[in-house]
Design a binder for this molecule. Structure first.
Ligand code: 5GP
Ligand code: ZN
Length: 112
């Protein structure tokens, strides 16, 4: 997707601090962290949001979750973490490319 910020991060057009990359996914640190550790995991395939996950593209979601535990360890998270995917306007989704926030490194509060 030509106009997508995260597609540009995947292509390298916009630089990022990478944590992990393979042929299917990219994990990189959030530019405005909300916790001591805050990284994003995204599929390389452009999927707009959780709302756009269907029977044809859902395999990548399982793949991402299969990787998250190891990535959290590699990022230095030792005592638990939270995985968040903001979907749509009310959730404040600001980048319309499916992404999973992984946050940790402190005791997290819970408030919606
Ligand atoms: P959303 O608000 O859509 O759930 O999450 C988008 C996230 O992308 C935000 O936490 C924001 O800080 C992060 N972000 C926006 N632009 C960039 C960027 O250019 N580089 C990186 N590494 N993160 C970004
Ligand atoms: Zn994209």
């Amino acid at each position: 997707m030509a106009d997508c910020l995260f597609c540009k991060i995947i292509s390298g057009e916009i630089p990022s601090k990478k944590l992990y990359e393979d042929d299917k996914i990219l994990a990189f640190y959030d530019i405005s962290p909300i916790a001591p550790v805050h990284f994003l995991v995204i599929p390389k395939e452009h999927i707009q949001s959780v709302d756009a996950i269907d029977e044809k593209n859902s395999e990548i979601v399982a793949y991402i979750f299969q990787k998250i535990g190891q990535l959290a360890k590699e990022a230095g998270i030792e005592n638990g973490y939270r995985v968040i995917s903001n979907c749509g306007a009310d959730a404040g989704q600001s980048v319309l490319h499916l992404h999973f926030h992984v946050i940790g490194g402190k005791e997290l509060s819970w408030q919606a």
